[in-house]
Design a protein around this ligand. Structure first.
Ligand code: WTA
Length: 647
């Protein structure tokens, strides 16, 4: 045990600039003990990733690690044949993990389901066979609209087993969003559930799918999971609907894994950009697996006895990569939880950690801030000693939240891994590992094998300590390969912004003297509402589709809990005022607009403020300058307004 590391351990953090070093227990247990050395290993990028790739079961090994001949369309592990479900499930059943719990499902009703690797294997095979019977073939797409339930994991794995591409839509999104996502990829099959448990109620999901499917001619079959019990007494299904339990019941529990190519598409996940249309981020198989499994293992020091809990819903990239796929690829146990973080009370998460002995816990700053408001007595009434490493993702974490998470949840002994990454990157990119010296609120350094730079508009590196665009300078295995059906936009948005083919992240950042990265917010019109990514244009479009609205500009307004909420500036049509009653009953136009936007975008569009204005700042060519509104809102200097139209 190293004495100096012992003395470095900090119990109370008072100063933002304090360095937080790992304690001896963390160091002793860690798989990777030397951070710098590990980063050095990543210098020989191809060698580094190839070594990690060796750990999987390949049907055929790759011929070439990285193909850069057609930039920015990079290829990894070229010529390799591999199947994700085989590596996440089948591979374990002939080992001593056969009867290990793969998925530990818990929900707000206090129910739990434990599924071993062997049980998961059988269920995935049955579902894969059922999908084949419904006509799903390699390369077909299947849309998922599901709550966090075991069958969701089974459905994703069943798709990957047969080489079908899944596209999960977050269960809080509206039917409008679902239609957009299903029609873009022409899914033949949709998998959904009757409903989900949330805050003591059942939220129905099926009616949302019913409404959406009416507008999706490609959909031939809807598979319904009887999750909340609506179909316990028999099912009243439409012609094109089947029950999950019924279709898998008589299927064989054996299904050979499709020999997918390393570069075959694995899934599409839609995310928001700075234009209105959501982007279909396409991930492929081999590199993605290598990237997510390696980063989870190193960043969270995953070992055989760990119980991993990532609170992210599978409707988002964190859910795909780290709630579901990576822990299974490592043969670990992943806890999936269905319910709100504050129901039945704000101690529920801490209760779950105590009950099961969660050792690695990964969540978002917005949730930490929310739970922090309820006071220390909630975490303090549970034994959270099992926690060894904590993680944060999705948005910048502020010092107060970092401190609370570290002291009250991690008992000043579990280091916080502040992981910076994106839907597009597929895997963690900038993050510490447990043995790293932490600077609170910095995501620290690029992970081994990842290379970033802070650059100006030309793509030229800025001086150390200066703020600039965060760019990624080298390809990485879990990188997305394109935007579905939109190669031009892929090139344009991400790779052609700088002249030298760097990847543009859309974030601003600076790197300090010691090489630590500090994220400084977005450089584009993307908002982060409670960690959910949303384009300003999408929200504006939702407002504009209301008959009382002429034009809208939307910005992210800082919010203590949610990070950002939406502030909308509206030009209303003649004769309308926000406080006037609108339609029937006691509803004002403002209320009606809130409902309208919520219907279009789902409850994740949290509206902070709606104001009515006479005009909006625009460029001479008519583009709304949200930057000006934002600067006014934050009381900042308006910056360069020379392109502003002075109407
Ligand atoms: C932001 C989520 C600061 C950032 C995995 C990024 C973060 C966007 C962090 C991607 C972090 C994510 N610190 N900001 N640790 N992690 N972000 O696609 O703006 O939903 O570009 O992926 O979230 O959001 P996405």
């Amino acid at each position: 045990m190293d004495e100096s590391s012992k003395t470095n351990q900090i119990n109370k953090l008072n100063d933002k600039n304090q360095i937080v070093s790992p304690n001896s227990e963390v160091i002793e247990r860690a798989l990777v003990k030397d951070w710098d050395k590990e980063i050095q290993k990543g210098e020989d990028m191809e060698k580094y990733w190839a070594l990690e790739a060796e750990q999987f079961d390949w049907f055929k090994k790759w011929d070439e690690v990285l193909d850069e001949s057609n930039k920015p369309f990079y290829k990894w592990f070229v010529g390799g044949k591999i199947n994700l479900a085989h590596n996440a499930v089948d591979r374990w059943i002939d080992t001593n993990k056969r009867n290990k719990v793969a998925i530990l499902y818990a929900n707000e009703l206090g129910e739990e389901v434990k599924i071993t690797y062997y049980e998961l294997y059988r269920e995935v095979n049955k579902m894969a066979n059922a999908l084949k019977k419904l006509g799903v073939k390699k390369g077909d797409s299947v849309s998922l609209y599901l709550p966090m339930c075991p069958q969701l994991v089974v459905s994703m794995l069943a798709c990957t087993k047969i080489g079908a591409i899944h596209s999960a839509v977050y269960s809080g999104l509206s039917s409008v969003a679902i239609v957009e996502r299903i029609t873009d990829i022409n899914s033949k099959v949709v998998i959904t559930a009757d409903g989900t448990f949330r805050r003591g109620k059942v939220i129905n999901l099926k009616p949302v799918i019913d409404e959406a499917v009416l507008e999706c001619p490609s959909v031939e079959t809807v598979i319904v999971i009887n999750h909340t019990g609506s179909y316990d007494d028999g099912a009243n299904l439409n012609e094109n609907e089947v029950l999950y339990n019924e279709i898998i019941e008589d299927e064989s529990d054996i299904c050979p894994a499709e020999m997918t190519d390393a570069e075959d598409p694995l899934f599409i996940l839609y995310t928001s950009g700075s234009t209105g249309k959501p982007k279909g981020v396409l991930h492929t198989t081999g590199g993605y697996m290598v990237g997510i499994a390696t980063t989870l293992r190193k960043v969270f020091d995953i070992q055989e006895d760990d119980l991993w809990w990532s609170t992210a819903d599978a409707g988002w990239i964190t859910g795909h990569s780290y709630t579901i796929y990576a822990p299974l690829l490592l043969g670990s146990t992943t806890l999936i939880y269905e319910g709100a973080p504050d129901f039945p009370d704000a101690g529920i998460w801490w209760k779950v950690i105590e009950r099961y002995g969660v050792s690695k816990f990964y969540t978002a700053p917005t949730a930490i801030r929310h739970l922090m408001r309820y006071g220390d007595e909630y975490p303090n009434s549970y034994n959270l000693n099992s926690l060894k490493v904590l993680g944060s993702v999705g948005e910048p974490i502020n010092f107060e939240a970092w401190k609370w998470f570290y002291e009250e949840i991690g008992n000043s002994k579990a280091p916080i891994m502040d992981t910076w990454w994106q839907t597009e990157t597929g895997m963690h990119m900038i993050s510490p590992i447990p043995v790293a010296d932490l600077k609170p609120c910095s995501a620290t350094k690029p992970l081994p094998g990842v290379h970033v730079a802070i650059v100006d508009e030309e793509g030229i590196e800025v001086e150390t300590g200066k703020k600039g665009y965060l760019a990624i300078t080298n390809p990485w295995p879990a990188m997305f390969r394109t935007l579905y059906n939109d190669e031009e936009r892929y090139k344009e948005v991400y790779w052609n912004f700088f002249s030298n083919l760097l990847y543009k992240t859309g974030d601003m950042a600076r790197i300090d003297e010691e090489g630590y990265v500090w994220i400084e917010g977005r450089s584009d019109d993307v908002l982060k509402i409670s960690g959910h990514r949303m384009g300003a244009v999408e929200v504006e479009r939702a407002f504009n589709s209301h008959p009382a609205v002429n034009e809208t500009a939307v910005i992210g307004k800082e919010d203590e809990v949610k990070g950002q909420v939406i502030k909308a500036f509206l030009i209303l049509n003649e004769g309308h005022e926000l406080d006037m009653s609108y339609g029937e009953g006691d509803v004002t136009l403002k209320d009606a607009l809130k409902m309208h936007v919520r219907h279009d975008l789902g409850p994740i569009a949290v509206l902070g403020e709606i104001v009515s204005v006479d005009s909006l700042p625009k460029t001479k060519s008519g583009k709304i300058m949200r930057r000006i509104l934002k600067a006014q809102e934050d009381g900042e200097d308006l910056g360069d307004t020379s392109t502003l139209d002075d109407l």
